[in-house]
Design a protein around this ligand. Structure first.
Ligand code: PLP
Length: 238
C-alpha cells in the first residue's frame, strides 16, 4: 500500500467516525483532496486509491497539474476545484480549466468567470467564500453581504451556485471550532430557506474536519491528511 493510499484510508475512517458521532450518513460528506504543492504523481497515487476530486490554490500550479493529468490519465474522470484567493486578472484560466471555484467572494470575479466560461463546457460550479469570524484581512464576503451576492451570482448564466465555503481561524477546542462552523451552517440554511437550493457546505480541513462535520459540512478539504506535510513556505504567488 502506498503512503497516500494509507492516508486516504485514515481520513475516510475519520470521516466515518465523525459522521457516526453526528448521526449523519457518511455519504452526506464528500472528500476533496487538496493537492497544492504536491506534484502530478501524487495526484495519480490518490487517484489509484479511488480519490477523484482535487483542490488547488494557485492558478498556475493548478492548471499545469490539470494539463499533466490529462496526459497521464486521459480516461480518468477528475474533478478540479479552485479553492485559493482569486485575482480578476487570473480568472480566465480558472474559468477554462477548473470544474469548481469555491473562493468566489465578490461579484466582479463571478461576472468574469461567467463571461469566460467556455460555451462547450458545463456551467462552472461555484461556492461563495464567507468570512464567518470577521478576520479583517481575510478573503470572503461578510455575512451581511452574503444574501445580495448570492442572488447576483445565482443569476449569472454560466455559473451554477452550489453553496458556501469557509476557513475559520483555528480554535483551541472542539466546541469553539464547531461554533465557528455553525455560523456558516446558519447562513447556508437561511439562503436555502429563501429558496436558493444550495447543496454544498464546504468546510473542515486536516485539523478540524470532525468539528466541521458536527456542524453540518457536506465537503471537507483535506491536504496534509492525504498527502503529508507541505514545505513550510509556499513560494508561488500565482
Ligand atoms: C490548504 C488548504 C486546505 C487544506 O489544508 P490542510 O490543513 O492541509 O488539510 C483546505 N482549504 C483551503 C482553502 C486551503 O488553502
Amino acid at each position: 500500500m502506498t503512503t497516500i493510499e494509507g492516508n486516504l484510508q485514515q481520513v475516510r475512517e475519520r470521516l466515518k467516525r465523525a459522521c457516526a458521532l453526528a448521526e449523519r450518513d457518511v455519504s452526506a460528506v464528500s472528500l476533496l483532496a487538496v493537492s497544492k504543492t504536491f506534484d502530478a504523481d501524487a495526484v495519480c497515487l490518490a487517484l489509484a486509491a479511488g480519490q477523484h476530486a482535487f483542490g488547488e490554490n494557485y492558478v498556475q500550479e493548478g492548471t499545469e497539474k490539470i494539463t499533466a493529468l490529462r496526459v497521464l490519465r486521459p480516461d480518468a474522470a477528475l474533478q478540479w476545484h479552485c479553492i485559493g484567493p482569486l485575482q480578476s486578472n487570473k480568472s480566465r484560466p480558472v474559468a477554462e480549466q477548473f470544474d469548481w471555484v469555491q473562493s468566489v467572494d465578490r461579484l466582479k470575479i463571478a461576472q468574469r468567470l461567467s463571461e469566460q466560461r467556455p460555451i462547450d463546457l458545463p456551467a462552472l460550479q461555484v461556492c461563495l467564500q464567507v468570512n464567518v469570524d470577521g478576520g479583517a484581512n481575510k478573503s470572503g464576503v461578510t455575512p451581511e453581504g452574503l444574501a445580495e451576492l448570492a442572488a447576483a451570482v445565482a443569476s449569472l448564466p454560466r455559473l451554477r451556485l452550489r453553496g458556501l465555503m469557509c476557513i475559520p481561524e483555528p480554535a483551541p477546542d472542539f466546541e469553539t471550532q464547531r461554533g465557528l462552523f455553525l455560523r456558516a451552517k446558519v447562513l447556508f440554511d437561511q439562503l436555502n430557506a429563501q429558496g436558493m437550493g444550495l447543496d454544498t457546505l464546504s468546510m473542515g480541513m486536516s485539523d478540524d474536519l470532525e468539528a466541521a462535520v458536527a456542524a453540518g459540512s457536506t465537503m471537507v478539504r483535506v491536504g496534509r491528511g492525504v498527502f503529508g506535510s507541505r514545505p513550510a513556505k509556499v513560494t508561488s504567488t500565482a
